[in-house]
Design a protein around this ligand. Structure first.
Ligand SMILES: *Cc1c(COP(=O)(O)O)cnc(C)c1O
Length: 225
């Protein structure tokens, strides 16, 4: 399938999910996750009108960056090793996987502009998942207050691996509650009014529960044949 065809299906589903939940579809920003696909396929997404590209490894990002550069807005969505920060920091506008203080300190040190960050939260408590546990998020955010290049624009999560829609919905709802709690603290460096949640299999649920950034790979750019 062509990316434009996938995109029009996804846009319809976004619209329907917004109608069901009384939201304006302009609040939803779509990130094309290109980690499985070629640079050409990523360029096809840009031509189809997607501006945001997401990669989860530094190699993948650097590789595509060589060709695409600033024609895209780059999002780093994967777990990020501290020693790799310097490779990507001047290329990304958003980091979705801030999950520890040592990483925040390295981002702060290496960046020469403010980086929009999402604090990754392990809402479901699955051991295999990265992220800060919900009860530690507020303290973690307080620890970031002197890092002038870090702006906490929101929270990010990945839903648990299950087919059970109610369990998925509960984890998105949990993230939303936490986001509101942090927003209410009115911290300059952590406005926290965004929610990065929802992938190919669960983005409509995420939208119903308040997502503002959805990260879609397979159903947007997958299946290049
Ligand atoms: C791969 C990935 C996605 C996209 O997953 P799909 O199921 O292919 O849409 C989204 N977010 C993160 C963090 C990922 O690693």
């Amino acid at each position: 399938m062509k990316v434009v065809e996938n995109l029009s299906i996804i846009n319809e589903k976004i619209k329907a999910a917004c109608e069901r939940s009384n939201r304006n579809s302009e609040e939803i920003k779509l990130i094309a996750v290109t980690k499985y696909v070629t640079t050409e396929r990523a360029q096809e997404a840009l031509q189809a009108g997607v501006k945001n590209l997401g990669e989860n490894r530094d190699e993948g990002l650097l590789n595509k960056w060589e060709t695409i550069g600033n024609d895209a807005v780059w999002h780093f969505i994967g777990s990020l090793q501290t020693r790799k920060v310097k490779n990507i920091i001047d290329k990304v506008s958003f980091i979705h996987s801030l999950d520890r203080l040592s990483l925040a300190e390295e981002i702060n040190k290496r960046a020469n502009k403010q980086i929009s960050c999402f604090v990754q939260v392990n809402v479901s408590g699955e051991e295999s998942k990265h992220g800060i546990s919900p009860e530690n998020v507020v303290n973690f955010i307080h620890d970031l207050k002197d890092l002038e290049n870090i702006k906490v624009i929101g929270l990010m999560t990945m839903a648990p691996l299950t087919e059970n829609v109610e369990i998925i919905r509960q984890s998105f709802r949990g993230l939303k509650e936490l986001q509101v709690k942090i927003q209410e603290l009115q911290l300059d460096y952590a406005p926290c009014n965004e929610l990065s949640m929802g992938m190919s299999n669960d983005y409509t649920i995420a939208i119903e529960e308040g997502a503002t950034y959805i990260r879609i790979g397979t159903s947007l750019v997958g299946d290049e044949g």
